[in-house]
Design a protein. Structure first.
Length: 233
């Protein structure tokens, strides 16, 4: 087999998951021996069931998708087979997708405005289904990026609770691509601490070690698990 053939072999997600766990253990070794469990969300966007199944068979249950429509195409069947899957929405939620999202996802990490909070509360009541919620914070205050501005988060969390009866479990962020991520992770941890929130979803393939050193409880890993994503879903 030539080297070129070798490149075409798809990455082995189960082996990669073990490597990521090792890297996490190393990254956490400096935290005075105090290592809360880190959830590795396998970001399966653009990958088909053939790539996802080996991880499910190996017992992995935490997955993330960034588009409701795409997730609807593959996850209902997989969830029927593996009942305890925890599926997390990590991409922007449009109001016309709230019903589907509440029906399919177990966690929505991208709550970022009052209208979505109101619709989520209504839909959870209608479907009699509780979905865990994180607020996405636009730590870099990038105009093109989803998420709530850091200065507005405290008031928004209170609004969710007082106005809509929603419990917010934590925060999520995607740091600007062209900046060092650490200050963004630290900012997210600070906002979470002052609001008494425990779940911190931060860190992706390139920076999850930094994220766990700054308090991440959940990391979202796609490329390092599955290899490069195909161009289309
Ligand atoms: C795609 C995606 C990831 C995974 O990114 P990788 O760099 O492939 O690990 C994580 N978080 C969000 C919000 C994503 O959209």
């Amino acid at each position: 087999m030539s080297d070129a053939d070798h490149c075409d072999i798809p990455a082995d997600p189960v082996a990669n998951l073990a490597k990521i766990r090792d890297a996490l253990d190393k990254a956490m070794a400096h935290n005075n021996g105090v290592s809360p469990p880190i959830t590795i969300t396998a970001v399966s966007k653009k990958h088909g069931p053939d790539r996802i199944l080996p991880l499910l068979e190996a017992g992995h249950r935490d997955f993330g998708e960034n588009r409701v429509q795409e997730a609807l195409g593959k996850w209902p069947a997989l969830k029927a087979r593996y009942g305890d899957v925890e599926l997390r929405l990590i991409g922007p939620l449009q109001s016309n997708k709230v019903r589907d999202a509440v029906g399919l996802f177990d966690v929505i990490e991208t709550v970022d405005r009052p209208k979505i909070a109101r619709l989520l509360a209504e839909e959870m009541r209608l479907q009699n289904r509780r979905v865990a919620l994180l607020v996405q914070v636009n730590t870099g205050e990038e105009p093109q990026k989803a998420g709530m501005a850091p200065g507005d988060v405290d008031a928004f969390i209170n609004l969710c609770k007082d106005q809509y009866g929603l419990t917010i479990d934590g925060l999520m962020c995607i740091p600007p691509a062209d900046q060092a991520p650490a200050p963004h992770f630290a900012l997210l941890a600070k906002i979470a601490a002052r609001n008494g929130l425990e779940t911190l979803s931060m860190g992706m393939s390139a920076d999850y070690e930094t994220a766990v050193q700054l308090g991440a409880t959940h990391i979202r890993v796609g490329t390092q698990l599955f290899g490069a994503r195909p161009d289309s879903p």
